[in-house]
Ligand binder design. Sequence first.
Ligand SMILES: [Zn+2]
Length: 179
Amino acid sequence: MISTGELENTAEKTLRETDAYRVPVPIQIVAQHLNLTLEALPLGKVSGVLVVNDDQGAIGYNSAHARVRQRFTISHEIAHFTLHAKRNGKPRLFIDEHVMYRGGKGASAQAAREEAEAHRLASALLMPKSLVEREIKNHDLDLDDDEAIHFLAKQFWVSPVAIANRLLRLRILLYQPDY
Ligand SMILES: [Zn+2]
């Protein structure tokens, strides 16, 4: 399992190298810079897919999902591309039903680990630690106030659940808010 520090660094480096280190993170620009095409597709129960061929790939995301969810899906597939695409040098295909899902019945240990890593990097890409801290400071936010969570979610263009989970992981927030 990739360490938290390594993961945060990868997110920050990826955003800076793709000219996307700002709020809200322009996740489509990150994809473009990494030679990933994007397409909204009628995917039914599937949130997103990633097809990788050498150093380029294609991401499909569910056209019926809300924009914040699509952004998380795109970020999740970018994370797979960044972390897992080059394994064995063979082309790979990822199909993600629920990007918040961390493996489960029938999933191999490797698949479960990859899902957990992709989920964590996806969160770090959309809500980089340094920018989250900066927004909280700049807007003098009191995170005990639910409105602050909703405000931050809007700033980063993610769901309130996503930003709350991120704040918990970064230990900026110590308790689950009620929303
Ligand atoms: Zn995945």
